[in-house]
Design a protein around this ligand. Structure first.
Ligand code: HXC
Ligand code: NAP
Length: 274
């Protein structure tokens, strides 16, 4: 295990539901939660992928001793009825949710003039409406008080990016949904966001930086001069879901190596600024 300040049983007895938890960053969170003692339900669309991911989560549980429970469901987050049914079933198996993560997303590079209305809508539906559906649908399934809701957002919410109009609009909406729900659902529920920077070996990076030129451009912008890891995002989720984050709500936590602070490539003269 990578070094961590968290106690190895810090999530013992907790139940987490993770929409989009069948790959990448969200699967990293699911495995880390399981390692730290949580029982975990994950959801995606593809049944084979979900079953394989669930086996990974189960294998990680209880520090790898398999003592925790892991279950999966398949549903499209755009379908409120389907996501609600999936969450009810997982609650029936694992108990009321202490933690809910909304991380399902769709993305592709395209200028606005290369997008149909349906293409724009597809991303807004998955990311923004999907997050509404997951959070709206989970409220009466939560273990209250003290539940932690986290949406996985992105820097595009605050910083416009060409070829990303759909994701910029969707993630900006998510940030405002997070803040609104924090106001409406406090003090019983904390609602926060995590905004990852470019994370190594993920579908998101494969889509947004498909070749060496775009990878180099992304890399140059990062103040810390390295890609992030799924583990680093998972640790932020643990922080927000434990007593460490007990007075944090309505926050968007940038876990991005400084990418959102500014464009480090503009200062990178090669003359030893770092
Ligand atoms: C233009 C495109 C397109 C492209 C799809 N479309 N790809 N338009 N350029 N490259 C259009 C289609 O033609 C269609 O419009 C519409 O989008 C919907 O496409 P479908 O394939 O019918 O939709 P669906 O099956 O629902 O798939 C949704 C998807 C898909 C978003 C298009 O890629 C998907 O499911 N992605 C999930 C996985 C993913 O994207 N992971 C990365 C998340 S990472 P028409 O008009 O023809 O009907 C991420 C990174 C964040 O978000 C930031 C990192 C820094
Ligand atoms: P990923 O591997 O593609 O994961 C996406 C997950 O969402 C999968 O489990 C996928 O399962 C599920 N999903 C997608 N559409 C769905 C739908 N309509 N209904 C239900 N589930 C759906 O992505 P990732 O790169 O790890 O990104 C994860 C999150 O981090 C996203 O919110 C993304 O915007 C954010 N983010 C990523 C980066 C990065 O560097 N990767 C940076 C900033 C923000 P199926 O394939 O089975 O549908």
């Amino acid at each position: 295990m990578t070094d961590s300040p968290f106690r190895s049983d810090v999530l013992a007895g907790k139940v987490a539901f993770i929409a989009g938890g069948t790959s990448g960053i969200n699967l990293g969170i699911a495995k880390r939660f399981a390692e730290l003692g949580a029982n975990v339900g994950i959801l995606g669309r593809n049944p084979e992928k979900a079953a394989a991911a669930c086996a990974e989560v189960a294998a990680a549980s209880g520090q790898g001793d398999g003592s925790g429970k892991a279950v999966y469901r398949t549903a499209d987050v755009r379908d409120y009825g389907a996501i609600r049914t999936a969450m009810e079933e997982v609650r029936g198996e694992l108990g009321a949710f202490d933690i809910v993560i909304s991380g399902a997303a769709g993305n592709f590079l395209s200028p606005v003039l290369g997008m149909s209305a349906n293409a724009f809508r597809a991303v807004v539906d998955i990311d923004l409406i999907g997050t509404f559906n997951v959070f709206r649908g989970c409220h009466d399934l939560l273990n209250l008080p003290g539940a932690s809701l986290i949406a996985i957002t992105a820097g595009q919410a605050e910083h416009a990016m060409a070829m990303q109009a759909h994701a910029c609009a969707a993630k900006a909406g998510i940030n405002q949904l997070i803040r609104t729900l924090a106001l409406e659902w406090g003090p019983d529920v904390r609602v926060n966001g995590i905004s990852p920077g470019p994370i190594a070996d993920t579908e998101g990076m494969a889509r947004l930086a498909p070749d060496e030129t775009t990878r180099a451009a992304h890399y140059a912008r990062i103040a810390m001069k390295r890609w992030g890891t799924c583990f680093e995002i998972a640790e932020a989720a643990v922080y927000l879901s434990t007593s460490a984050g007990s007075y944090v709500t309505g926050a968007i936590l940038d876990v991005d190596g400084g990418s959102s602070v500014g464009d480090a490539s503009r200062l990178d003269t090669g003359k030893g600024l770092a």
